[in-house]
Design a protein around this ligand. Sequence first.
Ligand code: HEC
Ligand code: HEC
Length: 452
Amino acid sequence: MFVRSLRLIALLGCACVAAALFISVRSGAEATPAERGLHNLTHRAYGAPIMTDALFARLSSVWEPEWKAKVDANDPASARRVAFERYGFSEAAWDNRGGPMQFLVTPQGGWVQTCMLCHGGRVPGTGESRIGMPNTELDMQTLYDDITRMTGFKGPFPLLFSMSRGRTNAFIFSLELLRRRNEDLSRRNDPAPMGDYRDMDLDPIPWWHLKKKTALYVDGTVRGDFARPIMQFTMGEPDGAKIRSWESDFRDVLAYLKTIEAPKYPFPVDRRLADEGRSVFNRTCAECHGTYGAQGKYPNRVVPVDVVGTDSLRLTGLPREFRAYFQKTWFAANDSHTVEDPPGYVAPPLDGVWASAPYFHNGSVPTVYGVLTAEARPKYFRRASDIKAYDEKNLGLKYEALSAPAPTDAPGEARRRVIDTTLPGLGNGGHHFGFKLSERQKRQVIEYLKTL
Ligand code: HEC
Ligand code: HEC
């Protein structure tokens, strides 16, 4: 997508095991808009391949010795499994010619990035692959570094893909790609001025929230019609007219995104405790996060950053010029409105919150108990590598708290596994709203959240 001109390497044949068909995807005249949207996301390529089956099969030649040692030479499926683990890929639940859900594999064996690079992943606790689940396992920087090491390819301009695992510098790609386009998305040679901006790692937002939202993104900056704004990540495609021609496809994608439901909590719930938790929640949390159930109301509240107190780089690191330029382009020209100077962060719906750990827009807190308790927020942590490991008591990821960041001479892949909340953009402070609850009330609220 971003590396558009990577030369395709001759296809040696796919050594991959075809994924089982779990979901049926309907297309064509009889399908509903949402069904067509799902088909588009899973079967249509929006951009050029960044690698091939053959290149993927050979990437292990640039791995560190510890990673090479994980591959069992007697098991043909082993190298693929280890590669999925290294990059944070997950099995596609449809026939994707052996590719992971993060890429669409073309009949010629080319790998085209999909929206599910960041918006599809495995649900913690169950390991199920799901569209719309934030890919909190992705290591995009390691993927691109390995491809560069294999092919010598350097992108059209330098980009930092991610500083920590499970997060990406997504808004800065968008900024860098957009400034090289005219308002009609045709390419321009002199990048538009964008003022000062900072690299920042962001946790993707679960797609199952979208149906409740009146504004896109954690700062609620884009309002009105969402169909064109959600196409920003097709900008790896050089031809602006081609991007524009995909609008109706993305109207269907939007219809599909609005049908996605949160995954249900798969472990036992103490119903009495949860009922008690509902009233604590409705008194303490609902004014921002809304109420749930048949009469539920979601207020779409943007909370000023000095009130919520979470890391402010997401606001201060993206310049007003970027939002103003976005508003002038084709992406916003239809019926979208961009707030140029958003004051804070949207209090998200908490449906399926058990599954969207780690928490806050930067994924800086691994459990909901930590969201409610300052002392339970680790400064440095490494998530358990077993996807089925889940912390039912504290609601969130199992992790190892560390006393220091990874050593600077460790390989990038190992460094990015340690989340260092002292880094710019990854701060884990703020959101003091639950701190004063008693231990018992926190347990009640956590039990209630399991039912949403
Ligand atoms: C490189 C990672 C990446 C890719 C690829 C990507 N996104 Fe995102 N997306 C993000 C991140 C990170 C956010 C949250 C940004 C923020 O902080 O507001 C996001 C936010 C969104 C939201 C906002 C949800 C909400 O509730 O506000 C939508 C919708 C969305 N993306 C759709 C898409 C679509 C459609 C595609 C494919 C064309 C796509 N994204 C590709 C990383 C990505
Ligand atoms: C004054 C408004 C406000 C109140 C009251 C409030 N929150 Fe929040 N909450 C927010 C905002 C804003 C965010 C997003 C912060 C960010 O991403 O940086 C948030 C984020 C969260 C998250 C992380 C969600 C995610 O997926 O990352 C959880 C969990 C949460 N709140 C739970 C609660 C609970 C439980 C209560 C009640 C004890 C509560 N909040 C009270 C505004 C509020």
